[in-house]
Design a protein around this ligand. Structure first.
Ligand code: BES
Ligand code: MN
Ligand code: ZN
Length: 487
């Protein structure tokens, strides 16, 4: 979807819907066209509108305006909110406007004290999220009324950043589309096919390791986790080369368990269906590479995806198994449901061998992360303060929140195995940090590495006011924002 920007005054916008955002108790001001001001005063007088959060007033055929509808929308008190909350509030207004099922929406702001360029960017992101819906499998395909939103943001003097925001927004929607696919459609093999298709479309080179090649090259972690399923595992490598040839790449690594039943350590059946979203880290990597290629960033990026289906069967790996991973080290399996770290141990070993300038991995790794942070932020851990700081800054700008959790030395002892190198669980305490500490053991210390635990942020279980239920595409925005800052 393409979001447009326009320097044209709001009053002149010939559109289906004119959507104007106000903060709580907006100040009257010259920037507001008299025709809109008129309605604001009327509704303030009758106490129907004061810009409170989520307040919405529709006016049909507003006098003095070129649009069929005027929608006044309240953002509430925005003096103390961050980018994430602002995106959500703007997105709410856009969702309300789209509920009229009229395509052309022109957006304006009044008295919203955010720098115009960043307001346009945040609104662009909000619009992409608000307009997204996953209806591919709804009844009567093709007979749904054609309704392609055409959203224009007014008042932004800058037109070019929207090109970039659209590239990022499209990559996020693309990631949502794959992540929302059911687990009988997206298997490790079909995920690899998606990567190949993406590569053809965006001129990325893609290599896929099937079971045979994984065996030959010693990817014991991915093979062990995938062994319980007829849908055999895959390792996927996607290369984007926008930098100097030979310049060290950034590695972006993702966990893509296409369905996580827990394996022999099987999960409760309640809400197990949500474990189709256990591929979201790997899918985010696809989205990131797509955005990087569209934006033509002047760096080298290598995406690595470790994909398997975690099922119980007579061939499944078991608690007690010792798994020799790509590094040649032995992982003691205590719980087959802690499978993400096992597949990632191969991918991180592989990444380290590429001598990259940095590694960032994304994974729906631990339920403990949801306990710690809810679904408001992803967990951020790593071995390099500079990289952590860069990612924190990118998080602010993108609106995809990251919150740092510790990697204390004490955690290293907790993941040590009595009979092998590491064990795959260290109990409930500090579960997100011990999982990351396990990953850390497979990254060379000299390589800056960060881990994003997106278990709480990768999907939503309820329809929200600013976005649809299902995959959120989380990770694409923040990582691409970080990559854009590299040179
Ligand atoms: N994919 C899950 C983590 C998860 C659970 C993400 C719920 C989102 C929602 C992961 O593979 C897992 O099962 N982790 C276990 C680890 C435990 C066995 C040490 C967990 O978090 O319970
Ligand atoms: Mn699991
Ligand atoms: Zn999992």
């Amino acid at each position: 979807m393409h979001i447009h920007s326009s320097a044209q005054p709001l009053v002149q916008a010939k559109t289906d819907i004119l959507l104007v955002f106000f903060p709580e108790n907006p100040k009257a001001g010259k920037s507001l066209p008299e025709a809109v001001s008129f309605f604001l005063r009327e509704f303030e007088k009758t106490k129907q509108f004061s810009g409170k959060k989520g307040e919405a007033i529709w006016v049909h055929r507003p006098k003095g305006l070129q649009s069929e509808w005027l929608l006044l929308f309240g953002l509430g008190n925005i003096s103390k909110i961050d980018e994430t909350t602002l995106i959500a509030r703007i997105g709410h207004g856009i969702r309300v406007s789209l509920s009229k099922k009229r395509p052309a929406v022109a957006i304006g702001f009044h008295d919203v004290k955010v720098p115009p360029a960043s307001l346009v960017n945040l609104t662009g992101i909000a619009a992409h999220h608000a307009a997204y819906q996953f209806d591919q499998y709804k009844p009567e395909p093709g007979t749904k009324p054609a309704f392609e939103p055409k959203i224009t943001i007014h008042g932004g003097r800058v037109a070019s950043p929207l090109k970039e925001i659209n590239a990022i927004g499209d990559a996020i929607s693309y990631a949502k589309n794959i992540a929302n696919q059911p687990p009988n459609v997206i298997t490790p093999a079909t995920l690899a096919k998606e990567a190949v298709t993406l590569g053809k479309k965006f001129k990325l080179s893609v290599a896929v390791w099937d079971e045979q090649r994984l065996k030959k090259e010693g990817f014991g972690g991915i093979l062990a986790v995938g062994n319980g399923s007829e849908n055999s595992p895959r390792f996927i490598r996607i290369d984007y080369r926008g930098g100097r040839s030979g310049a060290a790449p950034v590695c972006v690594v993702g966990k893509a368990i296409t369905f996580d039943s827990g394996g022999i350590s099987i999960k409760p059946s309640d809400r197990m269906d949500e474990m189709k979203f256990d591929k979201c880290g790997g899918v985010a990597v696809l989205g990131i590479l797509r955005a990087v290629a569209t934006l033509k960033l002047k760096i080298n990026v290598t995406g690595l995806i470790a994909s398997a289906e975690n099922l119980p069967s007579s061939t499944a790996y078991r608690p007690g198994d010792l798994v020799k991973n790509l590094s040649g080290k032995y992982i003691e399996v205590l719980n087959t449901d802690a499978e993400g770290r096992i597949v990632l141990s191969d991918a991180l070993t592989y990444a380290s061998r590429l001598k990259p300038r940095a590694i960032v991995d994304l994974a729906t790794l631990t339920g403990a992360c949801i306990v710690a942070l809810g679904s408001e932020a992803a967990g951020l851990m790593g071995n390099d303060a500079r990289l952590i700081a860069q990612l924190e800054k990118a998080a602010e700008h993108s609106g995809e929140r990251l919150w740092q959790l510790p990697l204390y030395t004490e955690f290293h002892d907790k993941v040590k195995s009595d009979i092998g190198f590491v064990k795959n669980t260290a109990g409930r305490e500090g579960g997100t940090s011990t999982a990351a500490t396990f990953l850390n053991a497979f990254v060379e210390d000299s390589i800056p590495w960060a881990h994003l635990d997106i278990a709480g942020t990768a999907w939503t279980t309820k329809e929200e006011s600013h976005r649809a239920k299902g995959a959120t595409g989380f990770g694409v925005g923040v990582v691409v924002e970080w990559l854009r800052g590299l040179r």
